[in-house]
Design a protein around this ligand. Structure first.
Ligand SMILES: [Zn+2]
Length: 387
């Protein structure tokens, strides 16, 4: 296995390109600038920021992002045609992704061309980009379905003509992490050219596949904030970052404390609010209700939390509901200024559970206090005020 600690992983976030390609999503220029600035401040190394060949408005917005003077490298998406690359040059960027279909399926059913045609397009487009001193990523669209020997051949052409890296795209999101690992490690072992992993979430494996690609040797990884992107989306920036840090022990060199802020900004700008249960950044992913878990977290958060919620800008919540236990209720009442003894708590607990069942949800502080009051009126001893 490749030692991921020995090389810095570079995140190329494509929220502003693949993310905006989500059906029905459009960012205004002001939103693009805010997102780009925040991604940059978070430490993301590269931003794929648009498709200049789409026309003047897109070119103007790419130029406006260039003029922000960010630390992150800005890169644009291009088909392997010279007019696309010229449009990128006219927008002021110094880096391009030159994308071309590499699977026989796409070559036959989408392009209606041949492998030879693909080779020639690559040579022409890459030659033109390099004549213009651009940093070039060659993007292998539908690489996950492509013949590996053909990919090696294209990567060799790319390397010999000065390409800076090759993007392995699981365009349809059909790989699993084991196959991703095998394919990427084969390419890494056969061609001396940096690899980038680009994954989609159609089977819910975008993040896992991105991590597999990195472990197999990819030094670059594509992400989008909240996993925005075509169909089911791309690998989510926040998931890849925290998985690198906590599952792989790799420092992603990202200010993780801004991930929630970033997630909210993109959620609003895209009109796709972040679900409460979204891994890493969802508002309620650090909520605990069940008696065992709440008690465990109260004893030591590490019992039931893989990382501190503050690491990503979230807070922990102990929820009072159907599965609550004595310690959770005691802790909440304590914070509300009531100190109940063990017997009182045990008597109260069935009422808490009954009310939660009736509400089909959690109790608010007010509902819990009212329940205490009713319980007391019904004859229990008076709870002591502790404040
Ligand atoms: Zn994509």
């Amino acid at each position: 296995m490749v030692d991921t600690n020995s090389r810095q992983i570079i995140i190329d976030d494509t929220t502003l390109r693949d993310g905006e390609q989500t059906a029905g999503v459009v960012f205004s220029l002001a939103e693009k600038k805010r997102i780009a600035r925040l991604l940059d401040a978070t430490g993301v190394g590269e931003l794929e920021c648009g498709i200049p060949a789409m026309g003047r408005e897109e070119q103007a917005s790419v130029r406006a992002l260039v003029e922000l003077g960010l630390n992150a490298r800005l890169i644009t998406w291009n088909r392997a045609v010279i007019t696309d690359i010229q449009a990128s040059i006219d927008s002021g960027v110094g880096a391009v992704d030159i994308s071309l279909s590499v699977s026989d399926f796409h070559i036959e059913h989408k392009l209606h061309k041949s492998r030879d045609w693909v080779r020639e397009q690559l040579k022409q487009a890459l030659g033109f980009a390099k004549q213009n001193d651009l940093y070039v990523c060659v993007g292998g669209e539908d690489a996950s379905r492509a013949d590996l020997d053909f990919l090696v051949e294209l990567m060799e052409i790319a390397r010999s003509l000065g390409a800076d890296r090759f993007r392995f795209c699981d365009t349809l999101g059909i790989l699993d992490p084991f196959t991703t690992f095998d394919k990427v490690s084969t390419l890494a072992s056969r061609v001396a050219l940096d690899l980038e992993i680009h994954t989609h979430n159609d089977l819910g494996m975008a993040t896992a596949n991105a991590i597999a690609g990195i472990r197999a040797g990819a030094r670059f990884v594509n992400t989008t904030v909240n996993g925005l992107g075509e169909r089911a989306g791309n690998a989510a920036l926040e998931e890849v970052v925290m998985a690198l840090k906590h599952a792989c022990g790799v420092d992603p060199a990202i200010d993780t404390g801004r991930l929630v802020e970033l997630s909210k900004l993109v959620g609003e700008a895209s009109g796709r609010p972040v679900p409460d249960w979204k891994p890493v950044v969802g508002e309620k992913v650090f909520s605990h209700e069940s008696g065992l878990h709440a008690d465990g977290v109260l004893k030591c958060p590490g019992n039931y939390e893989g990382f501190d919620p503050a690491e990503v800008g979230l807070a922990r919540h102990l929820v009072i509901g159907k599965h609550s236990g004595r310690h959770g209720v005691q802790e909440r009442l304590g914070r509300l200024g009531l100190n109940l003894g063990r017997l009182e708590l045990e008597a109260l607990l069935p009422r808490v559970r009954g009310l939660a069942q009736g509400l089909k949800g959690a109790l608010t502080d007010q509902e819990l206090l009212q329940l205490c009051h009713d319980h007391h009126q019904a004859g229990a001893s008076h709870p002591r005020q502790v404040c």
